[in-house]
Write a protein that binds this ligand. Structure first.
Ligand code: HEM
Length: 169
C-alpha cells in the first residue's frame, strides 16, 4: 500500500487533477522579479510547477520513489493546494483512490491505449485528456484472488459475464 500511495502521488505530480489554482491578492505580492499589486488575480500553474527540474529531477520520468525523500521546498508539490484554503477532502481522496485502485488491480491488469506522448491534455475544471483515456482491463489468472475479490465486492459486475478476457473495452 505504501508503494501504491507513492504511485498515486507521482500520478498527481505529473497530472495534477486541479492543474491551476486561482487567488485574488489582498496584499501586494513581492516576487524576485516584480511587485504584484493588491487586488490582482493570480494563477498558480501547478502543472508546470510539478515539472520544475530543481525540485523534481528528471521531471518527466514516472518515479514513485522520489516521494521517499523530502522535497527541496515544502510547497513544491501541491496537488491539494496548501494554506488556509487547501483541500479539506485530501485524506478521503487518497484513501478512496487507494481502495479503488487496489481492488481493481487485484482482479485486472490495467493498461492504456493512449501513450503519454500522445496525450492531448485540456484544462477544464479538472485536468482531462481530449477524447478521454481508454483503459484496457485484462482479468488476472489467479482464480482464488479474483473469486475472493468478487465476494468482497458484493456483486457480479457485467465484465464478469461473457468476454472477460477481451482486453479491448
Ligand atoms: C484527487 C482528489 C482531489 C483533489 C486533487 C483535490 C484538490 C483540491 C484543490 C487543489 C483545492 C483548492 C482549490 C483552490 O484553492 O482553488 C481543493 C479544495 C477543496 N476540496 Fe478538494 N480535491 C480532491 C478531492 C476532494 C474530496 C474527496 C473532497 C470532499 C470530501 C474535497 C473537498 C474540497 C473542498 C470543500 C475544498 C474547498 C476548501 C476551501 O476553499 O476552503 N476535495 N481540492
Amino acid at each position: 500500500m505504501d508503494y501504491l500511495e507513492r504511485c498515486i502521488k507521482e500520478s498527481m505530480r505529473l497530472y495534477p487533477p486541479v492543474p491551476v489554482i486561482a487567488r485574488q491578492l489582498y496584499a501586494p505580492l513581492k516576487t524576485p522579479n516584480m511587485l504584484v499589486p493588491a487586488g490582482c488575480s493570480i494563477f498558480i500553474n501547478v502543472f508546470e510547477q510539478h515539472r520544475i527540474p530543481e525540485y523534481f529531477p528528471n521531471p518527466l520520468e514516472f518515479n514513485p520513489d522520489r516521494f521517499l525523500e523530502k522535497f527541496k521546498h515544502p510547497y513544491a508539490y501541491v496537488p491539494f493546494s496548501t494554506g488556509p484554503r487547501n483541500c479539506i477532502g485530501q485524506k478521503v481522496a487518497m484513501m478512496s483512490q487507494k481502495i479503488l485502485i487496489a481492488k481493481i488491480l487485484k482482479r485486472y491488469v490495467v493498461g492504456s491505449t493512449v501513450k503519454p506522448k500522445n496525450l492531448r491534455l485540456a484544462q477544464n475544471i479538472v485536468l482531462e485528456n481530449e477524447g478521454g483515456v481508454i483503459l484496457t482491463l485484462k482479468q488476472r489468472c489467479d482464480k482464488d484472488s479474483s473469486r475472493e475479490s468478487e465476494l468482497s465486492m458484493g456483486t457480479e459486475s457485467s465484465m464478469d459475464k461473457g468476454s472477460s478476457t477481451d482486453d479491448s473495452l
